[in-house]
Design a protein around this ligand. Structure first.
Ligand code: C2E
Ligand code: CA
Ligand code: CA
Length: 704
């Protein structure tokens, strides 16, 4: 701190007196002498300056010294400024008394004894400089207190407020006058109501023991009864009498809000407000620990939406997002407070159920979820249908660890998808073996497709009227070489391809091979009449880029589109979505034929016949197998054939294996046959041989 010059005011109407006094004061350092020749001039100087001491002559014309002294000490700014009266002669007791009365603190008689004056003034300068220093320190301390931005309150050992800074006044929404004298506990409370009720006593005892004690969150009730969350730091000052307590505090309401927002962001999915993957894993770990302790069962459900990608791609991400939010809402509605729903990413969800009484409860829940999600969502005035597959796994008494439980639920989910989706499966150990086998097949299939090694066989369709093969169905085949000794049947690898998204590429490869054969048939009159049928899976048809893929393959070939039939099973149509309808109508308008495959195995085949533009019905093998044994089946097949007639569709009977079956189907009016009896699926190289070699058994010819 720089010491300022101490100013001394000499008031005397006689110049020589002023000069004499100034000379006496010369030895003093750090002083500035200011002279005034009259009372009024003195007062003017006092307006602009603070003085360490005023040396005031009593006898002056105009305003005398007493009057000037009285005026000086009556002002707020100068009431503590020391005034020393200088009298010309021996003063009377009255004069002295009057001097004190008007505010002087001392008097000196003229002629002035220079050493006395010098020493007196020296003392006043010293006092004034000390005062300036304390003022400075005080203002600096207050500045620091305010700059810290914290409320600072000093309490007596009884908890009574002795001092409070401005910030604290603001936070208490009151002023120092009102606050000083009140008690700590009038303002500060515990957040936890159950805890100690005398918060001051608690803080004081901790602070006395530890010197410094902090309470992370406590409540401040301000003068207007508003409550704020504050952090309190409490120190016990050993030096002050009775060990006063100083409390620093700051409002942490917004910080806590920010912290809780950050925690929420770190743990919750912003789109659905469900727990995110990290939070889910944390909860799962904890739940398994608890279940071990309490010998209870934890059930984990993994959910996967089918066709979500398609919704996203065709209707846009905004609709996709709203759909995910809708799904999350429906899931949450079905849960208890203790259950946890999470979005693991994309269209994958998980549900954690603690203390599950029995797995039947969890299965029931899964069943309800499947049904609830299958109900259409109304988004932006559009009905959107989506399905969910659910895999369930249990950990009884915390026996299964986290990764095993997740793996099991994943396997069960895979099973649910393989079972045609829109369903749930509870994990049972034998699923593990199957899952491993399927994973093995998937790996091999991926390689086959990557290397373009998939085989296609062709099965002839024989027309009993024309007495010749009129078409072939292309059937995917596992290549014979390199990929295991035993070829894997399409009934096994097609569903795996469907689940692992390999089906699109597999489908394209089958199309390419079948189109090449169909194109080659156009070169000869013997084969030009033949049609080619290709199977389409639900997954292919549902994929948003199916038509693009098809067109890019079609571009490479040349044949009449009417010669190509797409075979669809009922499951391909189950979603009954607008997209599938559109796709089918496009195929139809391009000139292709459409066949409803495996007719009669589903629930609503008739329904599809009415709604969709099919040209051909393929009667499933299971009916053919019962022909000749069961009268009802004959009646049913007859009915199917007459329905087809009514819709002007043709009928193909699948899976005719023997003469008996053929004999049964002929009278029913079906004239197109596909089955081992006429031809097994064969490689393309054998087609021409089949076409040339075919000989209908003679006894049949008569009945044709
Ligand atoms: P699908 O479309 O119903 O094909 C007819 C199935 O019946 C073929 O089985 C065929 O070999 C078999 N079959 C034909 N005649 C007879 C018979 O007289 N007796 C017996 N027991 N079976 C007969 P495959 O080739 O094993 O195919 C099974 C299924 O795999 C197909 O059923 C079809 O749904 C699917 N699939 C085959 N290839 C493809 C393909 O390229 N794409 C798609 N999406 N699915 C395919
Ligand atoms: Ca078929
Ligand atoms: Ca079939």
């Amino acid at each position: 701190m720089d010491l300022q010059l101490s100013k001394i005011l000499i008031v005397d109407d006689i110049l020589n007196n002023r000069i004499a006094v100034t000379k006496i004061l010369q030895p003093l350092e750090n002083i500035l002498v200011i002279e005034a020749a009259s009372g009024s001039e003195a007062l003017r100087q006092l307006l602009n300056n603070n003085f360490a001491v005023v040396l005031l002559d009593v006898n002056m014309p105009g305003m005398d010294g007493y009057e000037v002294a009285e005026l000086i000490s009556s002002t707020q700014a100068h009431k503590h400024t020391p005034i020393v009266m200088l009298t010309a002669h021996d003063p009377s007791t009255n004069d002295i008394l009057r001097a004190y009365e008007v505010g002087a603190i001392d008097y000196l008689t003229k002629p002035i004894e220079s050493t006395i004056l010098l020493n007196k003034v020296k003392q006043f300068v010293k006092i004034s400089q000390l005062q300036a220093k304390t003022d400075y320190l005080k203002s600096e301390r207050e500045l620091i207190l305010e700059a810290a931005g914290q409320g600072v309150i000093k309490f007596t050992s009884d908890g009574i407020i002795q001092f409070i800074n401005n910030k604290a006044c603001q936070m208490l929404a009151s002023n120092a006058k009102q606050i000083i004298g009140s008690h700590f506990n009038d303002w500060f409370k515990n957040v936890d109501i159950e805890a100690y009720d005398d918060l001051f006593f608690f803080l004081q005892s901790r602070a006395n023991k530890l010197g410094l004690y902090q309470i992370k969150v406590s409540k401040l009730i301000d003068y207007n009864h508003n409550s704020h969350l504050v952090e309190l730091t409490c120190t016990s000052s050993k030096n002050s009498p009775g060990r006063s307590i100083i409390v620093l505090f700051q409002d942490i309401s917004s910080r806590l809000e920010m912290e809780s927002r950050l925690t929420h962001l770190a743990n919750y999915d912003t789109l659905t407000q469900l727990a995110n993957r990290a939070c889910f894993h944390q909860n799962l770990t904890q739940a398994l620990k608890r279940s071990k302790r309490s010998q209870s069962t934890v059930v984990l459900l993994l959910l996967d939406l089918d066709r979500f990608k398609q919704v996203n791609d065709t209707l846009g991400h905004d609709v996709g997002d709203e759909l995910l939010q809708g799904v999350a809402k429906r899931l949450t509605l079905m849960l208890r407070e203790t259950d946890l729903a999470a979005r693991l990413g994309g269209d994958e969800f998980a549900i954690l159920i603690e203390k599950c009484q029995s797995s039947i409860d969890a299965e029931l829940l899964a069943k309800k979820m499947v049904a609830l999600i299958a109900e259409p969502f109304l988004i932006r005035d559009k009905e959107i249908c989506i399905e969910v597959s659910i895999g369930l796994a249990r950990s009884i008494d915390g026996k299964a660890d986290k990764s095993n439980l997740l793996k099991s639920a994943d396997i069960a989910l895979y099973e649910a998808k393989a079972a045609g989706r829109n369903c749930y499966r509870l994990f049972v150990p034998h699923m593990s073996v199957r899952a491993q086998k399927q994973a093995h097949i998937e790996t091999k299939l991926r390689k086959i497709i990557e290397k373009n090694l998939l085989d296609v066989y062709y099965q002839g369709q024989f027309c009993l009227v024309e007495k010749r093969f009129v078409g072939f169905e292309a059937l995917a085949r596992w290549p014979k070489s390199n990929f295991g000794k035993k070829p894997i049947s399409p009934a096994q690898f097609i569903p795996i391809a469907e689940q692992s998204h390999l089906i699109q590429e597999l489908g394209s490869q089958v199309l390419r091979q079948a189109f090449a054969v169909l194109q080659s048939w156009q070169l000869s009159a013997d084969t030009r009449h033949l049609t080619m049928a290709v199977n389409l899976s639900a997954k292919q048809l549902n994929s948003y880029d199916f038509l693009d893929r098809l067109e890019s393959v079609l571009d490479q070939f040349n044949f009449p589109f009417a010669k190509l039939t797409f075979e669809l099973t009922e499951t391909a149509l189950l979603n009954d979505s607008e997209h599938v309808h559109k796709c089918m109508n496009t195929l139809k308008s391009m000139g292709f034929s459409l066949a409803l495959d495996d007719f009669g195995t589903g629930y609503s085949s008739l329904n599809y016949l009415q709604k969709l533009p099919f040209d051909i019905i393929k009667i499933d093998r299971c009916f053919i197998q019962r022909l000749g044994f069961c009268h009802k089946t004959s009646a049913l097949v007859k009915a199917i054939i007459s329905i087809a007639d009514a819709f002007s569709m043709s009928v193909v009977a699948e899976g005719i294996e023997n003469q008996i079956q053929l004999d049964c189907i002929i009278p029913l009016g079906c004239n197109k046959i596909q089955g081992y009896y006429f031809s097994k699926p064969i490689p393309k190289e054998q087609i021409s041989a089949l076409l040339g070699l075919i000989n209908i058994p003679s006894e049949n010819r008569d009945s044709l």
